[in-house]
Ligand binder design. Structure first.
Ligand SMILES: Cc1ncc(COP(=O)(O)O)c(C=O)c1O
Length: 388
């Protein structure tokens, strides 16, 4: 299969597949809405994945299935090849999805009422993982620098650690805001975590969509990471496989991984869905060509979005250092998100309301541009209309 601009231009028709992004939205908001919200993509997954799933489905044995060495070795090879992270099988625990990992980490590393630090605005389920488990959230608002990139304030982080924080949930790269954290920042963070005995969970599900020169800097490449850190990731975001439900915790601290696996077992959550396993290891081993072409296409889309936003008075776009999710400050038009959402819906485009990421996101919305350009063009037209 040739993965090129034409492949991604063709896109993927998802209506009628019970897709959350399209079908759930259309049921709620109407048939003529365009979807630019939840973070998955309107592109076909690598055909290598489709073919292996079809071949597996053709063999009518769907009984209990064990993890095999290749389930470990394929992600080990991928993380080495693409992110210079060296792992062994003892460094990996499997789980159905990254949110399972966030919740498990909160349960493992904190007790009732303990404090968990979040840098906000952040992906909504970070809050749910803490609140749902009766933990106290220490909410540290990120500040934008003059280039509109979020920055960590280490003075504030240290004060939070002094106040008894047990765990920090980091989003790397950060969602929303598309911030690809740099090595110096992560090195300072790890050294503070080690100093204060704080566990650090780094959600790296968007790792394969870092577009900066430095590329993705995994927490697992930072000095002393084995003393405090665990990363969560998945092939799901990278290869558009979220419906398969397969993710991983990765850590150079094998004890942390053992604890993680044990907790999964105790909850009866053991990975072993045959299609998830087949699809995931195939994506990791055979998806590079598709992924490289996709990244090029997304970079092109980011440029198209940037130029459209530059043409709309009052909209400021955060630099698209990572992800296919544009973080747009519309506060000059309205800081009232109810009004913003009304405007977008009346222009028939669904975006993500900034408020789902935190209280300090008034006037912001998130726009998912992982779509073929024949859909992106009318989506941007509708966006513009909403802002008139
Ligand atoms: C930062 C982040 N973490 C986790 C997830 C969800 O991952 P999963 O579907 O594996 O639970 C998303 C999905 O949008 C995300 O953006």
């Amino acid at each position: 299969m040739q993965y090129d601009k034409e492949f991604f231009d063709y896109g993927l028709r998802r209506i009628g597949t019970h897709s959350e992004k399209w079908d759930a939205m259309r049921a709620e908001q109407g048939q003529d809405m365009l979807a630019a919200w939840v973070a998955d993509m309107d592109f076909e997954s690598p055909h290598e994945v489709r073919d292996v799933l079809l071949a597996r489905a053709a063999h009518p044995t769907y009984g209990y299935t064990e993890l095999c060495d290749e389930d470990f070795d394929a992600p080990i090879r991928f993380w080495k090849r693409r992110h210079s992270v060296s792992l062994t099988r003892e460094n990996i625990a499997f789980m159905p999805c990254v949110i399972t990992g966030l919740k498990t980490a909160v349960q493992l590393y904190t007790g009732d009422g303990d404090k968990v630090l979040l840098l906000t605005p952040v992906y909504g389920p970070f809050y749910g993982a803490c609140e749902g488990n009766g933990r106290e959230i220490v909410n540290l608002p990120l500040e934008m620098d003059s280039s509109r990139r979020y920055q960590m304030d280490f003075g504030k982080i240290e004060r939070a650690f002094e106040s008894g924080v047990k765990l920090m949930l980091l989003c790397n790269p950060h969602n929303p805001g598309s911030r690809a954290w740099d090595r110096d920042t992560l090195t300072r963070l790890v050294s503070l975590c080690v100093e204060y005995g704080v566990k650090l969970v780094s959600d790296e599900i968007h790792a394969d969509f870092v577009f900066t020169q430095q590329g993705h800097i995994s927490i697992l490449t930072i000095e002393n990471n084995e003393k405090c850190a665990i990363a969560l990731s998945a092939a799901s975001k990278t290869f558009n496989l979220a419906g398969l439900q397969q993710a991983m915790a990765l850590s150079h601290n094998s004890e942390m991984i053992r604890e993680f696996s044990l907790r999964m077992e105790k909850s009866g959550v053991t990975s072993g869905n045959i299609f998830a396993l087949e699809g995931t290891r195939t994506a990791y081993d055979k998806g590079d060509e598709w992924l490289d072409a996709l990244r090029e296409y997304l970079i092109g889309n980011a440029e198209i979005v940037k130029s459209a936003m530059d043409g709309i008075e009052g909209i400021k776009m955060t630099p698209q250092d990572a992800s296919y999710l544009a973080w747009l400050d519309c506060s000059a038009i309205s800081a009232d998100n109810d009004e913003l959402m009304r405007r977008f819906r009346s222009a028939r485009i669904e975006v993500s309301d900034g408020r789902i990421f935190g209280e300090n996101a008034a006037g912001f919305i998130r726009f998912n541009f992982a779509m073929p350009r024949f859909v992106l063009a009318p989506a941007l037209e509708r966006f513009k209309k909403a802002m008139e």
